[in-house]
Design a protein around this ligand. Structure first.
Ligand code: CIR
Length: 253
C-alpha cells in the first residue's frame, strides 16, 4: 500500500514537451484542469499528495515518475536519458530527501528513467529503452540489492518506456499489450490483455486496491472492472499528446 505521492504542476512550456504521438499540441489550461483531477483521484486513493510548483525550464517536468525510484527501503535518483530532461532531477533531490534518509544516485554514463521500472513486490523489472541503458540498469540493480531488493532487465522495442505497455495491478495480475504479451519473463503472471487499439490504457495505475484508468478506453475499463477492481477514470488527453500517461504523473511511495 502507498501513503504518499509527489506531483509537479505542468508548466506552460509543456507544449514543447518531447512527443512522438502526432496528436497535436496540448491545451495548457485543459492540462491544468486534468492535472487537478488527477490529484483528486490520488487523494481518493488515500494518498497524501505533495504538489511541486511548475518548472518552466523543463517542458516534461510534470512527468516526475522518471526522476526517481522510491522504494520502501531507499530512494534512487535517476539520470534521465533525454538530454532536455537531465536537469529535472536537481530540484527533485531535496524533495526526496525530506522523505528518505537513504538516497542513491544513478551516474553517467548510466541513464535511467523510472518509467522504465515496474515494481512487483521486492522485485523491480527494468526496461532497456532509448532512455535507460544497460549501465544505468546495472547501477539500479546494485542499489536495489544493497537495500535487500532485486532487479532484472527486460528488453523492449516498440514502446517509449516499459510501463508504456505494462501495468502491474498486484495480485499477480499484469495488464499488458503488444510486445509484452508473450515475453517469457512475464509468463507466470495472469495477463489481462489490452487491445492494440487501446494500448495507451496499458498504463493504468494500481493504487491501494483501486485502479486509475485513462478516460476513453472502454474495453480496458471493462476488462479491469471484470477482474474485480474498483476503477476511477481520469482524463489525461493533454498529457497523452506528449507521450505521458497516468503513472508518469506521480511518484507513489
Ligand atoms: C518524454 O518523452 O520524456 C515525455 N514527453 C513523456 C514522459 C513519459 N513518462 C513516462 O512514461 N514515465
Amino acid at each position: 500500500m502507498f501513503s504518499k505521492a509527489i506531483v509537479r504542476t505542468p508548466c506552460q512550456s509543456m507544449i514543447e514537451g518531447i512527443t512522438t504521438a502526432n496528436l497535436g499540441k496540448p491545451d495548457y489550461h485543459k492540462a491544468l484542469a486534468q492535472h487537478a483531477d488527477y490529484i483528486e483521484a490520488l487523494i481518493e486513493c488515500g494518498l497524501q499528495v505533495t504538489i511541486l510548483p511548475a518548472d518552466e525550464k523543463f517542458p516534461d517536468s510534470t512527468f516526475v515518475e522518471d526522476t526517481a525510484l522510491l522504494t520502501p527501503h531507499c530512494a534512487i535518483i535517476t539520470n534521465p536519458g533525454a538530454a532536455s530532461r537531465k536537469g529535472e532531477v536537481t530540484s527533485m533531490i531535496p524533495v526526496v530527501e525530506q522523505f528518505y534518509d537513504r538516497v542513491e544516485f544513478i551516474d553517467a554514463p548510466g541513464t535511467v528513467e523510472a518509467g522504465d521500472i515496474m515494481m512487483v513486490g521486492d522485485h523491480y523489472y527494468i526496461g532497456l529503452s532509448a532512455r535507460t541503458n544497460e549501465i544505468g540498469a546495472m547501477q539500479m540493480i546494485t542499489f536495489l540489492e544493497k537495500h535487500g531488493m532485486s532487479g532484472s532487465i527486460v528488453s523492449l522495442s516498440e514502446v517509449l518506456h516499459l510501463k508504456t505497455g505494462l501495468g502491474y495491478l498486484e495480485n499477480n495480475k499484469l495488464l499488458a499489450c503488444g510486445e509484452f504479451l508473450n515475453k517469457p519473463e512475464f509468463a507466470t503472471f495472469s495477463i489481462l490483455e489490452v487491445d492494440r487499439d487501446e494500448s495507451y490504457a496499458a498504463n493504468s495505475l494500481w493504487i491501494n486496491n483501486r485502479v486509475l484508468v485513462p478516460a476513453g478506453f472502454p474495453k480496458t475499463l471493462a476488462l479491469i472492472n471484470k477482474a474485480g477492481y474498483q476503477t476511477r477514470e481520469v482524463n489525461v488527453s493533454e498529457f497523452q499528446k506528449i507521450d505521458g500517461g497516468l503513472s508518469c504523473l506521480s511518484l507513489r511511495f
